[in-house]
Design a binder for this molecule. Sequence first.
Ligand SMILES: *[C@@H]1O[C@H](CO)[C@@H](O)[C@H](O)[C@H]1NC(C)=O
Ligand SMILES: *[C@@H]1O[C@H](CO)[C@@H](O)[C@H](O)[C@H]1NC(C)=O
Ligand SMILES: *[C@@H]1O[C@H](CO)[C@@H](O)[C@H](O)[C@H]1NC(C)=O
Length: 668
Amino acid sequence: MRGVWSWCFSLAVFVGVCFLVARPVIAVVGGAPAAAPEPDAAVVFTQLHGRSARIEGIKDNRLGYYSFYGIRYAEPPVGPRRFQRPVRRDLVGELNATSACQKCPQPDPNAPQRMIGHEDCLCLNLFSPKMPGEERGSPVIFFIHGGNYRTGSASPYGGKHLTQEDTILVVAQYRLGSLGFISNGQKEASGNAALFDIYVALNWVKDYIQFFGGDPTRITVMGQGSGGSAASLMALSSEGRSSDGVVALSGTALSPGAVRTDPAKHAQELAKRTGCPETPVERLVLCLKKLPPEQIIKADNEINSDMVDTDRFLNEISGRQGAGARVEGADDHRGLPTLVMEPPAVTLKKKRQTSPLLTGVTSAETERAVFGKYSKSLTSQLQKIKDFIKKDIIGGLKNVVSAVEGLKTIEGELKKLPIIGDFEEYYNRLAQNGGDIVEGLAAIAEVTGDALFNFPAFKSVKDWSQAAPAYLYSFEFNGNLTKGSHFLPGVALAEESSEMAVSKAKRHGPAHGDDLAYIFDPLDDNGNSVEGTVSQMDSHVRKNFLGVISQFAHNLKSENKNTNQSKPLFPFLRSKDTLIKITDNLKSENLDQSFRFCQMGIWGNMADRLLGSVCQNEIKKLLELVPIPTELNPVPILSPILTNLSPNPNSIPNQKPNNVLPNVFNWG
Ligand SMILES: *[C@@H]1O[C@H](CO)[C@@H](O)[C@H](O)[C@H]1NC(C)=O
Ligand SMILES: *[C@@H]1O[C@H](CO)[C@@H](O)[C@H](O)[C@H]1NC(C)=O
Ligand SMILES: *[C@@H]1O[C@H](CO)[C@@H](O)[C@H](O)[C@H]1NC(C)=O
């Protein structure tokens, strides 16, 4: 069938007959006749806004999918266009889409003082299972890569596996660092230029995807890390809301790195380091526009790197340092619509979310940073500073979390856990569990994972589910597929480090980005797969995870309930904290309840949880393992502030305590 249609399109170039019978209205190329492609060749004809194009990509003959690399969706943001909102570019003429375009300017992961990439980088890669035909178009996953808004590119993310699930993958590049996000709130630099890149790319895809075999009514915007935050921000925006579904991997609208609280400060720092005038804004922007991009990337890189120890660690792993997305307000001082009008928590409260959300975490998001890049400095502080976890780490995390509107619950009235005293003590005890430094690092990994990833994901899914379907997953398989550092070079959360060898035995779960190879085919810069051999178990887990994601994408506005794809996912129920576990369990779907029940109780300040029998039991278990130090005053069973808060038995899931907290002592 495909062959016939491709043939039909090539014929259409000359006579236009197929036009009459093809249901999705498909291209008839105007202008000079193009060379007729081989049947089934990776050639697409488009016609839009009176412009026609012929795009040649690559066909994988073995698996039968089509790849198109380096398609420009916007004019190059160079010269006077630097820092400005992007200008869309339509397809026209003959285009060779067989090689990726350059990465956007960013620090070289191997030598951060140097820059790699080019400003002419606003393009996308597209992988499609089929060419347009009689059947319904394939659902589309539009992917926003991670990298803390500063690094990353489309190159590593191959669509081989998704196309085998009858799903299109589009990966768009957007401007990074100050080149994409500089802002001081004035009209010359109103911010979020890079989010507008994503917005323009998304609308481009909506218009063009039918020519590539896609269904423009089923577009899922998926992102990872800061990309997950960006995907969620877009879905919450009244202007940007053009997605039909959102998948946010390890990053949400409520993540500490989602929006910057003080973007003008970064612009000031940038001025200082580049020698440009801080004010007036017009002069700053004019001056920055004349600089070589290297100088801006270098200055970006220097800012924050002079912070020390714990602050630097927490800022880096929370992704809140450097230039990034901001809340723009209602207009950009020029009367142009904005994308992020108000803090995401405010939009969530107004229940403006309309599309379904799938979000989740890996089970040890921060473990690689703790045992890798930061292991030396954390170890020395654990040795030097008394109560380091309690005071510095948890104290710092409270600051990070309470800066996020929507996560502030921590500062409420509940300050103490019965039996154990301050809730900080809970993680402190975890650290003492084996009494050595490795246990200390493990406790830091656990508390940072809870505060910076698990709790924001939990809170997002909970708030989202008030108005639209929401699903929570937890990726818990520590396999052998390509690690996160391939997709996220230079990101501390994903970085492999030689120091990690020390404690390999103590590593428990997949870290930030380790789930990506279970969705994407890892590609090198030339588009070649670097996957290597895949064990049966890894392949099984990949099927599970891909299955969840493609089910989500396929079921959006589903007309046809009779296919295998339409098996519904299990939504997050607020009474049960339902989650989908991705493991090597042989059942294809692995449902669980009570996502980190007591830890979410701690960060979410939920008295009924903490006073209930489930959490009390868990804490008792911990106390039995670690005797209370004699100098610590035991706290009365019910401290005075809690006496009138009685546990609500209905809110405690009816489950054996053993099953409730499988991860407290062991991430496995
Ligand atoms: C497209 O570009 C690739 C790589 O630059 C080249 O090998 C190929 O011949 C080009 N194809 C056409 C039709 O120009
Ligand atoms: C990963 O590789 C190790 C060593 O080759 C092997 O023992 C283990 O079973 C593999 N795990 C998976 C999930 O394939
Ligand atoms: C569902 O999947 C099974 C096994 O993969 C296959 O045999 C069957 O034909 C599929 N059914 C439909 C309706 O696609």
